[in-house]
Design a binder for this molecule. Structure first.
Ligand SMILES: Nc1nc2c(ncn2[C@@H]2O[C@H](COP(=O)(O)OP(=O)(O)O)[C@@H](O)[C@H]2O)c(=O)[nH]1
Ligand SMILES: [Mg+2]
Length: 290
């Protein structure tokens, strides 16, 4: 066998052609235009609700900030990203973030709810997640693993309608540490995914920290869809959570950059466009089945 090997040429780390296509020159403006004119088809649902879940440090806050940066065209820090794992608090506030449009007092018709810390502090309670997915929990609600959610809480919505529900579930996983991730966290995330599936909620994975998992991509982000490492990490995420690779979006979040980067923006906006389209389809499906 050794005769056929060429000792000069190690196996390539890259595919000859990208396996998913993005136009690095044209796409940013097209994506921005599509997102700027986007409106949910159902007028009853003015704002689509997107739920971010995943382990602490995965890049949930950074992803929201990156979406905000890409849409505002400048660096913003709305959701506090933690440099170190400091948040050991027992209660976890359910926070919803809106994204401002150019004109004053106007917002994009989607928002992000962060489940920060729900996987820690004694583990996520499935009961809480189901209520969150069904729209019972308003922004500002305090999750406490020792206490059951009570209907008397002012942040509890007793009669949620279609507009209050979660319309797309986004799992955030870091590419660089996915192989070492605690089984318990993966199991909890898979459980949340199953609940969402039973409720008919579409799901995507945002795979962050691509720069930390592939040197080729760290040096040149446009090689993201030719990197064999990134494809393999996406396949690993797919197997771990049971979500098809076609619904996985690898991104590099803004974390230390001080100016906008078109390639980072394109990946983030491409992911966002799919998320809002999935969410919008979900609303339509719910209306059809009611
Ligand atoms: N290199 C790199 N670092 C990232 C990326 N996304 C997030 N981070 C860093 O990872 C850490 C945790 O991110 P954070 O958004 O707070 O995670 P959260 O706990 O899920 O909200 C922070 O130090 C971020 O700067 C990324 O795509 N690449
Ligand atoms: Mg966070």
């Amino acid at each position: 066998m050794w005769l056929f090997r060429n000792p000069e040429k190690p196996p390539s780390l890259e595919f000859d052609k990208p396996w998913r296509s993005l136009d690095w020159n044209e796409d940013k403006q097209n994506l921005l235009t599509a997102i700027n004119i986007f409106k949910p088809r159902n007028s009853e649902v003015g704002t689509l609700r997107i739920l971010l879940h995943g382990p602490q440090g995965a890049g949930k806050s950074s992803f929201f900030n990156s979406v905000n940066n890409a849409l505002q065209g400048r660096i913003t820090t709305r959701a506090l990203a933690h440099a170190v794992e400091t948040d050991q608090s027992f209660t976890v506030k359910c926070k919803t973030y809106k994204v401002k449009k150019d004109n004053p007092d106007s917002y994009f018709p989607f928002n992000f709810t962060d489940t920060a810390g729900m996987h820690e502090s004694g583990g996520i309670k499935m009961d809480d997640i189901i209520k969150l997915l069904n729209g019972h929990i308003n922004s500002g609600y305090n999750f406490n693993p020792l206490k059951r959610i009570t209907e008397e809480d002012p942040k509890y919505n007793k009669n949620p309608t279609l507009k209050d529900r979660i319309h797309c579930l986004v799992a955030v996983l870091p590419a660089n540490t996915i192989s070492m991730m605690d089984d318990n966290i993966i199991r909890q995330m898979a459980d949340v995914r199953k609940e969402a599936r039973d409720l008919g909620i579409p799901q995507v994975i945002i795979m962050t920290k691509v720069d930390e998992s592939c040197q080729l991509v760290k040096d040149d982000l446009t090689r993201i869809y030719t990197s064999k490492t990134i494809k393999q990490k996406m396949e690993e995420c797919s197997v771990k959570l049971g979500i098809p690779v076609s619904c996985i979006y690898p991104v590099k979040n803004y974390h230390e950059e001080r100016i906008s980067d078109d390639t980072m923006d394109i990946l983030i906006l491409d992911a966002l466009k799919s998320i809002i389209n999935f969410a919008d389809d979900n609303v339509e499906d719910q209306v059809d089945s009611d």
